[in-house]
Structures are given as structure tokens and as C-alpha cells.
Design a protein around this ligand. Structure first.
Ligand SMILES: NC(=O)C1=CN([C@@H]2O[C@H](COP(=O)(O)OP(=O)(O)OC[C@H]3O[C@@H](n4cnc5c(N)ncnc54)[C@H](OP(=O)(O)O)[C@@H]3O)[C@@H](O)[C@H]2O)C=CC1
Ligand SMILES: O=C(O)C(=O)CO
Length: 323
């Protein structure tokens, strides 16, 4: 029988917020708002590990989850989960869930549309001409003539495809499996057999794949060679999708014209990294989108309640598939 304290979800939840790379204090208030009285553990204050029911993670310290014997749920605070599955000791029998959220999709749509338009319309030139008080037009090409391809037609890729089609770009998407229903103006491709055909029609290529064994190093010289000459690359997936050493040679050769990158193999991007200061490369510091803290807290607590009630939690990852 549920008590008022447990909100009908089976006892006061004990939730750990774990990260080896970020101060997670910012999430605490949202968890307390979502469940006043929650037993929250974070930072150095994890207490008895055998009391923890659920762990919310962003690059959790390796080996720690395996030392929580009563753990029932591993929750990524992000859409991606490779930062958790990289832990060789991850208890793989437990449900691992990720965040799926309309607010996150809205942020990604805004970033990707901005990234496409800023390059296609030459918007960066206006920053310079404005500073120099010059009234100077860049060439205006109709979006109808600029084909945008999205590798990864999942929650975020599909939202971006729909948004780009709505502002007039011919859009194509590539996924592992065939899509039965696609938004108007979006053409679908799937599997390795259709990859080359997909790439041949991408004046801008957006990477929105999850990072898996199959997609690691996806953006390499061989792939760039299959794009139309002068294509623009946008990587909002993960840094390790890109073979970083292959990017500047492709730009030097004119095979690519520009790159807008939000994710990097090493974050923060080290100060000596050659991408900094290259006028053809626009670097943003992994800010394409974020999830509202309260959404993370609510999805975690709902998922823990589901697990406690013997139900499948929402947005559980298929660990065999890797996403
Ligand atoms: N920069 C940022 O701020 C952020 C980056 N991200 C990144 O975006 C990624 C995508 O998120 P989301 O859309 O929610 O993920 P989803 O799991 O919803 O979608 C993944 C898509 O990739 C496709 N895919 C996976 N593996 C392959 C493959 N081997 N070949 C072809 N297609 C493949 C899937 O195909 P199918 O449909 O057939 O399953 C699916 O269409 C995240 O994993 C994360 O890395 C996410 C949020 C913020
Ligand atoms: O949700 C994700 O996977 C992110 O990268 C958020 O920054």
C-alpha cells in the first residue's frame, strides 16, 4: 500500500547522482522538487551503497554501479548512453534508460536549423560586415537547391528533419531500419546498402547517430569522398563519430567547405587543438541542446516506480544494439 510519502511509487526512493566529470549539484533541487523527502546521494556523500535504488549518470565513475547491490535502475541524464556503457563493470542485467523529451528535441531542432542556415546563407560574413559598417549581400540560394541529409533518424533526427523540411530544405534521412512514415518533404534511406546513395545527395550532412561500435569513426575521409564536393558537415552526435585527423585535409582539398561541430573526442576541446581558430570550423561547446532538470528528475522517478511495480520503464535502451 502506497504511503503519502512515497507518492504511490513504493517507499522513499534513494537516488544517487553520479558523474566523474561534472558537479551534479545543479540537479539536486529538481529531484527535491519532484519528490520532497527523497533520499538523495551525490558527490562525496554517497553513504551506504546498499541503500541506493537508482543511479542517474553522466560519465559515472567506472566500477561504482557494480558496488550497489540493491540498484534497480540506471538512468542516463542524457539521450546518449555511451558514457555509461563504457564502464566495463556496468551491471548489464539492470534496465538502463535514457531521456526522451520534447524540450530536448526542440533545442536540437533550433541548433540544427541555425547551423544549416548560418552556413548556407553565409551568415557569418554578416558578423564581419556588420562590425565593419559594410552593407554587403551574400549570395542567396533558395533552400530548394540545398539538400540536407540527417544520419540518424531517431527522436532527435526525425524532429530536425521535419523542421528543416518545413523551412524549405529537401531533406533525406538515414537510419538502420526502414521508416514506414516520414514527414512531408523527407526521403528515407536505411542500412549500409543505401548509405552511398544517401550521402551522394547531402549538401549538408548532419550526424545525429548514437555512438556505438558500428558508428564509431563514421565520419571519415572515405565518407567525405562520397558527399557532393564542398559539402558542409554538422556533427551534433558524439566526438568519436568523427575521425578528427581526416577533417582538415578534407577541408584543405575542398571536398568539404565547412564544419559545425558541437561534440569532440576530448571535451573540453584542448586549447592547442587545431580546430580552434580554423575559420572553416565553427566550434560550439556541446550545447546543441539540454534537458530540463525537472524532466530528468521526473523521468527517473517514474522509471524507478515502474521497475518497483514490475513494469518496463520508459525509454529503456537495448544494450545488445547499443542504443
Ligand atoms: N550535442 C548534443 O547536445 C546532443 C547530442 N545527442 C546525440 O544524439 C544522439 C541521437 O539521439 P536520439 O535521436 O535521441 O537517438 P535515437 O536512439 O532516438 O535515434 C538513433 C538513430 O540512429 C540510427 N542508427 C543507430 N545505429 C545506426 C547504424 N549503425 N546505421 C544507421 N543508423 C543507425 C537509428 O536507426 P533506427 O531508427 O533504425 O533504430 C535511429 O534512427 C544521441 O545518442 C547523442 O549521442 C543527443 C542530445 C544532445
Ligand atoms: O543528451 C545528450 O546525449 C547530450 O549530449 C546532452 O548534452
Amino acid at each position: 500500500m502506497a504511503t503519502p510519502d512515497d507518492n504511490g511509487k513504493g517507499g522513499t526512493p534513494c537516488v544517487a547522482i553520479l558523474s566523474a566529470v561534472l558537479d551534479m549539484e545543479y540537479l539536486a533541487a529538481a529531484f527535491r522538487e519532484a519528490h520532497p523527502g527523497i533520499d538523495l546521494r551525490l558527490g562525496e556523500e554517497l553513504g551506504a551503497l546498499d541503500q541506493i535504488d537508482a543511479a542517474v549518470c553522466w560519465f559515472p565513475p567506472h566500477g561504482l554501479l557494480a558496488r550497489m547491490p540493491k540498484l534497480r535502475l540506471v538512468q542516463s541524464l542524457a539521450a546518449g548512453i555511451e558514457h555509461i556503457t563504457a564502464d566495463a563493470e556496468l551491471p548489464r542485467h539492470l534496465p538502463l534508460c535514457r531521456i526522451v523529451d520534447t524540450g530536448m528535441a526542440a533545442g536540437m531542432k533550433a541548433y540544427v536549423c541555425w547551423a544549416v542556415v548560418q552556413q548556407h546563407r553565409g551568415m557569418r560574413a554578416y558578423v564581419a560586415s556588420s562590425a565593419a559598417r559594410r552593407w554587403e549581400e551574400q549570395p542567396i540560394e533558395s533552400p530548394r537547391h540545398h539538400r540536407v541529409g540527417i544520419a540518424g533518424l531517431g527522436t532527435l533526427g526525425m524532429a530536425c528533419a521535419e523542421a528543416l523540411a518545413a523551412i524549405g530544405y529537401p531533406v533525406r534521412g538515414w537510419s538502420r531500419s526502414a521508416k514506414e512514415a516520414l514527414p512531408a518533404g523527407v526521403e528515407g534511406f536505411h542500412g549500409t546498402a543505401q548509405l552511398d546513395e544517401f550521402l551522394s545527395g547531402c549538401d549538408t550532412l548532419v550526424c545525429l547517430l548514437p555512438l556505438t561500435a558500428e558508428t564509431h569513426g563514421f565520419l571519415d575521409a572515405a565518407l567525405f569522398a562520397k558527399l557532393p564536393r564542398g559539402a558542409h558537415l554538422i556533427n551534433v552526435g558524439r566526438g568519436d563519430h568523427l575521425v578528427e585527423a581526416d577533417l582538415q585535409p578534407a577541408l584543405d582539398a575542398g571536398q568539404l567547405s565547412a564544419a559545425t561541430l558541437d561534440a569532440f573526442s576530448q571535451e573540453p576541446l584542448p586549447p592547442e587543438h587545431p580546430f580552434w581558430g580554423d575559420p572553416r570550423i565553427l566550434v560550439t561547446p556541446h550545447i546543441a541542446t539540454r534537458t530540463d532538470s525537472l524532466v530528468i528528475a521526473r523521468q527517473t522517478l517514474d522509471n524507478l516506480a515502474s521497475v518497483r511495480q514490475g513494469r518496463r520503464p520508459a525509454n529503456q535502451v537495448d544494450l545488445a544494439r547499443g542504443y
